[in-house]
Design a protein around this ligand. Structure first.
Ligand SMILES: NC(=O)c1ccc[n+]([C@@H]2O[C@H](COP(=O)([O-])OP(=O)(O)OC[C@H]3O[C@@H](n4cnc5c(N)ncnc54)[C@H](OP(=O)(O)O)[C@@H]3O)[C@@H](O)[C@H]2O)c1
Length: 345
C-alpha cells in the first residue's frame, strides 16, 4: 500500500523486550520514520543491545525527557513498567502527542487499578480519554484517538476468544469461566531475575500470581457480562507465546452452529484472527506474527465448552497490536507493516 505521508515516531522503553519488538516491527512500516528512541538512560546504539537490529538506520538511544520526546516525534509508543508508563504517556499526551501506552496503567479506572496494581493510578482525565486498543473490537474508536491503552497480553488472548460468546449473550454472571493460561518468559521483560534463568525455568512449569493476576479485572471489565474469571497464569520454559484454555460450563450444551456463526461474524474481514471449530492452535504457528489462532471443542461428558487461543505475547500481545492500533489511528490499512504469517518452524 502506498502511503501519502510519513509519521515521525518515537519508542520510549526501546531497550525493553516490548520496545525492541516495536522497533523491529516499525522498521518494516512504510509510513514510519523512527526519530526518537529512549530508555531510562542514554546508551550505545540499540543494535549493540539487540544484534538482530544490525544494519538498521536508527536514531541514537537517549535518556527519556518529555520535552525532547514531544519535539522529536508526533506519535510515541510508550513501553515502560506499569507505575511509570501511564504517567509518562499522560504527560506526552498533554503536550499534544499521539500516544500508545503498552502498560496496564491506562486500562482500568482508578479504584479498580488500585485494587490490582501496587501503584497510584494516573490522573483520571488521561485514563478516561484512553481508548482500549483491542483492535478487532474497538478499532472504530481509534481513528480519532490521541491516547490508546494497548491491551495486556493475556487479556488479548482471552478476550479475542471470549468476546464472540459474550456478545452473543452466552456468558452470564452466574457461570464463572476458568482460564488456564501460559506465557513464555519474555512476558516478564528483560531485567535479570533468578526465576527466569535457564537453570531455574528450564524443565519447569509453575503457576504465578495465583488469584491475583492484574489482567483479571481487565478481562472482566471488557467482557461486560458480570462473568467472573478465574485466571491462572503459568510460566513456560519458552521465550515467546501465550496459550490460553478457557473452560465454559454449559448445561445442555450450546448450538454449535450458532457458536461457529458467532466467531465467523466477529472475525469476518479481520485479517489477524483465525477462529474455527475442531482446531487446535499451536504457539509455533503464531510466533513472530500479529495473528491470534482460536479453536473450540464441545465436551459433552462434562458439559463444558473448551476454547483455545494462541498469540505471540510480543506481537499480538504487545508491539504488533500496538502497530495495528497505530494504523487505525492514522486511517491506514490495519495490516500495514505487519507480517501476516508466523516464522515456522
Ligand atoms: N513483554 C511482554 O510480553 C509485554 C506484553 C504486553 C505488554 N507489556 C508491557 O510493556 C511494558 C514494557 O514491558 P517489557 O517486557 O518490554 O519490559 P522490560 O523489558 O523490562 O523493559 C522496560 C523498559 O522501560 C525502560 N524504563 C524503565 N523505567 C524508565 C524510566 N523511568 N524512563 C525511561 N525508561 C524507563 C527500560 O529502560 P532501561 O533499559 O534503561 O532500564 C526498558 O527500556 C510493560 O508495561 C509491560 O507490562 C509487555
Amino acid at each position: 500500500m502506498a502511503v501519502q505521508s510519513v509519521v515521525r515516531v518515537g519508542v520510549v522503553g526501546a531497550t525493553g523486550y516490548a520496545g525492541a519488538e516495536l522497533v523491529r516491527t516499525l522498521l518494516a512500516h512504510p509510513g514510519v520514520r523512527l526519530t526518537y528512541l529512549a530508555a531510562s538512560s542514554d546508551g550505545p546504539p540499540l543494535s549493540e543491545t539487540y544484534p538482530n537490529l544490525q544494519g538498521a538506520d536508527l536514531p541514537p538511544l537517549e535518556a527519556f525527557a518529555v520535552d525532547r520526546a514531544a519535539q522529536a516525534a508526533d506519535c510515541l509508543f510508550v513501553a515502560l513498567p506499569s507505575g511509570t508508563s501511564g504517567a509518562i504517556s499522560a504527560e506526552l499526551w498533554r503536550q499534544g502527542c499521539r500516544v500508545i501506552d503498552l502498560s496496564g496503567d491506562l486500562r482500568l479506572p482508578g479504584p479498580l487499578y488500585q485494587q490490582w496494581y501496587p501503584h497510584a493510578p494516573v490522573d483520571p482525565a488521561a485514563q478516561t480519554a484512553a481508548v482500549y486498543g483491542l483492535t478487532e473490537w474497538f478499532g472504530d474508536a481509534l481513528a480519532d484517538a490521541s491516547l490508546v491503552a494497548n491491551p495486556g497480553c493475556y487479556a488479548t488472548a482471552v478476550l479475542l476468544a471470549l468476546l464472540p460468546l459474550a456478545r452473543a449473550g452466552w456468558l452470564t454472571p452466574q457461570t464463572p469461566v476458568h482460564v488456564d493460561a501460559k506465557s513464555g518468559v519474555s512476558g516478564a521483560g528483560r531485567s535479570a531475575k533468578l526465576p527466569y534463568t535457564l537453570a531455574e525455568l528450564g524443565d519447569n512449569l509453575y503457576a504465578y500470581k495465583v488469584g491475583l493476576h492484574q489482567h483479571t479485572p481487565e478481562i472482566e471489565q471488557v467482557l461486560g457480562t458480570g462473568t467472573r474469571v478465574l485466571l491462572t497464569t503459568q510460566l513456560l520454559p519458552m521465550i515467546r507465546g501465550i496459550y490460553a484454555c478457557m473452560y465454559i460450563p454449559w448445561r445442555n450444551g450450546p448450538d454449535l452452529n450458532a457458536v461457529a456463526e458467532a466467531f465467523a461474524r466477529s472475525y469476518a474481514g479481520k485479517p489477524f484472527v483465525h477462529a474455527r471449530p475442531a482446531f487446535v492452535p499451536q504457539l509455533k504457528a503464531v510466533r513472530g506474527s500479529n495473528t491470534c489462532h482460536i479453536g473450540w471443542h464441545w465436551d459433552e461428558r462434562t458439559e463444558t465448552l473448551l476454547v483455545m487461543s494462541a498469540i505471540d505475547n510480543l506481537q499480538k500481545g504487545a508491539a504488533g497490536q500496538a502497530v495495528q492500533n497505530f494504523n487505525r489511528m492514522y486511517r491506514w490499512s490495519e495490516t500495514l507493516g505487519l507480517s501476516a504469517f508466523a516464522v515456522y518452524p
